[in-house]
Design a protein around this ligand. Structure first.
Ligand SMILES: Nc1ncnc2c1ncn2[C@@H]1O[C@H](COP(=O)(O)OP(=O)(O)OP(=O)(O)O)[C@@H](O)[C@H]1O
Ligand SMILES: [Mg+2]
Length: 216
């Protein structure tokens, strides 16, 4: 049988003595979409950073397409992340000095796929922001910036898309649109999606939903 796309086992992490993440097991199959929903401060962003290999767990393992992240270090980890993952963090990290289009071209370069202006423009068009290609991130509305960040996460065709609170700073109309686009684009690319959020508006929209309870 093929490896699951994402496999987490016995994952624990704390910034101090108290664990912030304590997740016995979670698996995601290729192309599956899953929402992890929990209140502010319950460790969702921390968990997403563990899955992205941006933090290392104190116990447990994260496997992506069968590869344990703990076996990768430095440049090899960066390469693996670049090739397999598309990441939309809670803070969008668009580079302010670059145009929207150049932010996408940089993402291709970092993923070590061929720089392809056509693919970058198509990714922007799919998210409805093609006309903002030459704008700087500071000139975008919050909803537009969120869409550009999603286009950038998809431009190198990752197998797994990670999204941290993609809707929570948006009004109902924009949150609905961004979620529709995120799901449609993930499905069109056959990418799995792990979304973490405290936004109750995502309930019922993804293949699976896991509640992360409040911590005492
Ligand atoms: N770098 C850090 N150093 C110390 N503590 C941290 C750090 N980052 C987060 N924390 C603490 O860890 C806990 C979980 O934080 P995290 O950002 O993962 O929560 P979250 O569920 O994503 O919250 P939100 O819904 O507000 O984004 C919080 O109590 C937070 O204060
Ligand atoms: Mg968070």
């Amino acid at each position: 049988m093929e490896n699951p796309l994402l496999q987490m086992q016995g994952l624990r992490f704390g910034y101090g003595p108290q664990p912030v993440v304590n997740l016995p097991a979670l698996e995601l199959q290729a192309g599956q979409t899953c929402a992890l929903i929990g209140p502010s401060g319950c460790g969702k962003s921390t968990l997403l950073h563990l899955v992205a290999g941006l933090l290392r767990p104190q116990a447990g393992t994260v496997r992506i397409a069968g590869q344990a992240l703990s076996e990768l270090r430095g440049a090899a980890l960066d390469r693996f992340r670049g090739r397999h993952l598309g990441i939309v963090l809670q803070r969008l990290h668009l580079l302010g000095a670059l145009s929207v289009l150049d932010n996408l071209l940089l993402a291709q370069r970092l993923a070590r796929v061929a720089t392809d202006v056509g693919a970058a423009r198509r990714a922007l068009a799919e998210l409805g922001v093609a006309d903002r290609a030459d704008a700087k991130p500071a000139q975008l509305s919050r909803g537009q910036a969120q869409r550009v960040a999603i286009a950038r996460a998809l431009v190198h065709a990752p197998v797994l898309l990670l999204a941290d609170e993609p809707t929570s700073s948006l009004d109902d109309a924009n949150a609905g649109k961004v979620l529709d686009l995120l799901l449609a684009r993930a499905r069109a690319h056959g990418a799995g999606l792990l979304l973490v959020t405290h936004d109750q508006r995502v309930r019922g929209r993804l293949d699976r939903e896991v509640d992360l309870g409040p911590r005492p």
